[in-house]
Ligand binder design. Structure first.
Ligand SMILES: [Zn+2]
Length: 71
């Protein structure tokens, strides 16, 4: 990710405090992982939980990783 780092260097800002992450568990396949809230809100993760998400909380939803893991 050297290019990514250099981009931040050029912009004069730091990649800090990406507004946290939460622990998601899939109801269907049992997969669990830490998901960045920003990525989740941007729809980049495939995860879906039917409620508002906040940092450092645990949520049960679906991971979107297969046909069995859809809302
Ligand atoms: Zn799943």
């Amino acid at each position: 990710m050297r290019d990514f780092g250099s981009w931040f260097g050029e912009q004069g800002s730091e990649p800090k405090e990406v507004d946290g992450s939460a622990w998601f568990e899939c109801r269907r396949c049992g997969k669990s992982e830490t998901v960045g809230l920003k990525a989740y809100e941007n729809g980049d993760t495939g995860w879906y939980v039917g409620e508002e998400v906040e940092a450092d909380e645990t949520y049960h939803g679906v991971c979107g990783g297969s046909q069995f893991c859809l809302p």
